[in-house]
Ligand binder design. Sequence first.
Ligand code: DSN
Length: 395
Amino acid sequence: MKDKEIEKLISSEKKRQKEVINLIASENYVSDDVLKALGSELTNKYAEGYPGKRYYGGQKFVDKIEELAQKRALKLFKLSVKNWHVNVQPLSGSPANVAVYTALVQKEGKIMGMSLDNGGHLTHGHKVSITGKFWVSVPYGVHQETEVLDFDQVRKIAEEHKPAMIVAGFTAYPRRIDFKKFREIADACGALLMVDMSHFAGLVAGGAYPSPFEYADVVTTTVHKTLRGPRSALIFSRIDNRELYKKIDKAVFPGMQGGPHLNQIAAVAVALKEANTPAFKKYARQVVRNAQVLSNELQKLGWRIVSGGTDSHLILVDTWMNGLGVSGKEASDLLEKAGIIVNKNTIPGETRSPMDPSGIRIGTPAETTRGKKEKDMVKIAEMIDKALKKKSKKK
Ligand code: DSN
């Protein structure tokens, strides 16, 4: 690069990424082909609209790219073009979720999502997010004792509030979700069911986590987590006489966004093809196995794991343990000094502040991409324990 200042910073970040043990549950390492597509000339092109219906000229190649991304997205999740539509233009997960609500929930209508401190996402209705300001949030959570989804509570809240939309999905919940139960509850109260599978989309693609498509009206996902693609998002919607997909397309463009980022869409297409391979299936299963080994080993070393384990790519560790251990912030700082990158995280029933909560979130997608297996997880658990014990009162 001619710009040496930026070149040096990029190369330092590249080195940092190589040197650390990356346990951030929402990060991954993309292929060279994904990077090439992102850094291509496609970034020069404007293409407001959708394939075949654009506002500018010069679309003959980019139309094909967007169509290919759509085709590959449907194929990866075994969806027929007759029954499902996919919009590949959302710039990332938050705009994708906001576009869906804009399309399908009236202003001040009720959205029922998992609360942030129980594992949901900001855009599932949290008060600091636009989704908690334009719409009315009726949050649900996990059972206080088991720390797993409490469907009696979900049903009760849905019956009482009759939300326009129920959102199933998480950023910090380690267990499987029973999508069928969510469907039954949504039907009983007349709500639409949206599944935000951002965290576990790669696991669904690889057959390592239940698929939401049989039950959901709409499925959103980012592409850059377990799916191992560029930063981007997809919105899948069921095609039927409600024509949800038409409203969603309009909400994305011209409702919320301008020209789609075609370099990003090409990179999405590349990642979706990579995910539709036997090697990716193996990867997805290994991600879950690694998380389970890491969880078991940390438990053996005396750390409390929220809900007692994991069925996915992530683990929530209660590092605070009622004052015996270290806070989430201390844990994250101590681990970073030891070359392990995690994020501090609230845990269900949180008593501390979000900036210095009681736990950390750990995920295995990035290190599994780098070839780590069960035996490596045993070593990583020991490293985590050693780093945290430096300040903890826990024996
Ligand atoms: N930042 C993402 C995560 O870490 O889960 C969610 O937006």
